[in-house]
Design a protein around this ligand. Structure first.
Ligand code: PRP
Ligand code: URA
Length: 210
């Protein structure tokens, strides 16, 4: 397996995804779980953030300790469903900047169409984490990463709660330089491009639109 693809397979995350999958799980709980999983995954995805020395004073002595170094973060949710993960990572880094990329999948071709893109001006100097709960064909994720790269950014991670093998393959082939964090790797796509067993339409379940 590609070392840039990190499948979480953590019992807490797996348990929460199992609840999200279930038809009877309502909008409120679904939203809460998306946020909680984003926090857990975000914690792991930020494990390699660079630290630097800082001199501080405790009540007993002066000492050199570590703090996060200059490279600042930006979170970029893919609209709509990525919004469901945003607060979970902002809980970890409240000062991060936020960009938005609006994409919808054409129901026939399954290819993504952009309808909105607003990214922080200095995104090229930031560590970016793209958020989308579903990595299905990988078309939306790959397009979002391309937009971010077109703005000069080279430090990009991608976080999705459930992925299909097809999505991981496409995203990692189109963008071999990014790290992809996945909560759970599912079996495959169905004939309509939905992940099996999956959880259905993430946007509709987060926003209660169906
Ligand atoms: C969903 C999901 C991803 C995309 C994944 O969004 O949130 O963005 O599908 O599919 P892909 O990997 O095949 O591109 P959707 O297009 O349904 O839009 P929505 O979030 O507005 O509902
Ligand atoms: N988008 C979703 O919301 N769910 C899927 O299973 C695939 C794409």
């Amino acid at each position: 397996m590609n070392p840039n693809v990190i499948i979480m397979d953590h019992p807490l995350i797996t348990h929460k995804i199992t609840i999200m999958r279930q038809t009877e799980t309502g909008t409120k709980q679904f939203r809460e779980l998306a946020r909680e999983i984003a926090t857990l995954m975000g914690y792991e995805s930020m494990r390699d953030l660079p630290l630097e020395d800082v001199e501080i004073e405790t009540p007993l002595t002066k000492t050199v300790q570590k703090e996060l170094s200059g490279k600042k973060l930006a979170f970029v949710p893919i609209l709509r469903a990525g919004l469901g993960m945003l607060d979970g990572v902002l809980d970890l880094v409240p000062s991060a900047k936020v960009g938005h990329i609006g994409l919808y999948r054409d129901h026939e071709t399954l290819e993504p169409h952009e309808y909105y893109c607003k990214l922080p001006d200095d995104i090229d100097k930031r560590q970016v984490i793209v958020l989308d709960p579903m990595l299905a064909t990988g078309g939306s994720g790959a397009a979002a990463v391309t937009f971010i790269k077109q703005r000069g950014c080279r430090n990009i991670k991608f976080m999705s709660i459930i992925a299909a093998p097809e999505g991981i393959k496409r995203l990692s082939e189109e963008h071999p330089d990014i790290q992809i964090y996945v909560g759970c790797l599912d079996e495959r796509l169905n004939e309509n491009g939905y992940i099996l067993p999956g959880l259905g339409d993430a946007g509709d379940r987060i926003f209660g639109t169906k």
